[in-house]
Design a protein around this ligand. Structure first.
Ligand code: PLP
Length: 297
């Protein structure tokens, strides 16, 4: 069998979650939509060979893309930090619009804008994928997650002062983040909160940590963590609703003493933490209120 025939035989991918049903699609910047099983990336693309590239993911609810300008702005920031030259922000519009129009799956779709550094002789590779939101992600908005605290091996401030560590850039080098999630799954947990070597709470592998204490919403300072778009949206809506909010350094003791702890991210939106290192905790009865502030479906 030739390589091309083998590639054609690759089954339609899903998000890795067995409850995802609709086939994934890929959109090219000229607006062409293809099945995600279409061969697209050269084997010598630095995105494959070195995990060298950047991405953004966001949720599309009933055809409406959430926070697209914010994601395009962060993609541009990630590009500057990684010396990647991006197409103009509106170059993504044909791909995004075509995927939204072509989507026949469920009401919640996740789009992912991907930029790799490309092959050695050539420019970046850009495309967008569209996949059904895994049912487990939607479920976790209410059922919550069991979390392990894992050592990130370096402090947030050390990462922040070492630009080559790309703190705050959303890069394709997520193998460590995915390994942390597999470690959690192998140890009777669903998710992870990273703690820095100085004992400060950082972020999840794919999420921002938010806690509530006495009607104040708190999230760790932007030192060595991604500048989360969901948490900013939550903070703005919470302020309008009368909450106090702050970026504040916190430790695992602060998590234990909080009224509620959540993981915020663009696709899952919000997941209440229902245990930390196997110690059960409550959400203070606040999850529904925060999901409403986030205009969760
Ligand atoms: N931190 C990391 C490492 C992430 O990968 C993500 C999500 O992609 C977040 C935080 C949450 O960011 P956002 O709310 O912009 O999705």
């Amino acid at each position: 069998m030739s390589v091309t025939e083998q590639l054609r035989d690759v089954p339609e991918p899903d998000s890795g979650d067995p409850d995802t049903r609709s086939p994934m699609l890929v959109g090219l910047l000229d607006g062409t939509v293809l099945p995600a099983s279409t061969p697209l990336i050269r084997p010598d693309d630095a995105g494959i060979a070195r995990g060298d590239g950047i991405f953004e993911s966001t949720l599309v609810v009933d055809g409406q893309v959430r926070d697209l300008p914010q994601h395009l702005a962060r993609l541009a920031r990630s590009a500057r930090m990684t010396d990647l030259v991006l197409p103009e922000a509106d170059a993504w519009t044909p791909a995004v619009d075509a995927l939204v129009a072509a989507w026949t799956g469920g009401g919640e779709m996740v789009i992912r804008l991907v930029v790799t550094r490309g092959p050695e002789q050539g420019g970046p590779t850009c495309y967008v994928t569209a996949a059904e939101l895994p049912a487990s992600s939607a479920r976790q908005r209410t059922s919550g997650v069991r979390v392990l605290l894992l050592d990130r091996g370096i402090s947030g401030s050390a990462v922040a002062t070492s630009p080559w560590l790309l703190a705050g850039a959303k890069t394709l080098s997520y193998a460590v983040n995915m390994a942390a999630l597999r470690y959690a799954a192998a140890n009777d947990a669903d998710d992870v909160i990273f703690v820095g070597s100085d004992g400060a709470v950082l972020e999840g592998p794919t999420s921002t940590v938010v806690i509530a204490k006495d009607r104040t919403l708190l999230t760790p300072p932007l030192e060595g963590v991604l500048d989360g778009i969901t948490v900013v949206r939550l903070i703005r809506a919470a302020q309008t609703a009368g909450w106090a909010t702050a970026y504040r350094r916190m430790t695992p003791d602060d998590l234990a003493a909080a009224d509620g702890v959540w993981l915020a991210s663009s696709a899952r939106l919000l997941a209440p933490v229902r245990s930390i290192d196997a110690v059960e905790r409550t959400d203070g009865g606040l999850t529904r209120e925060l999901l409403t502030l986030l205009e969760a479906p």
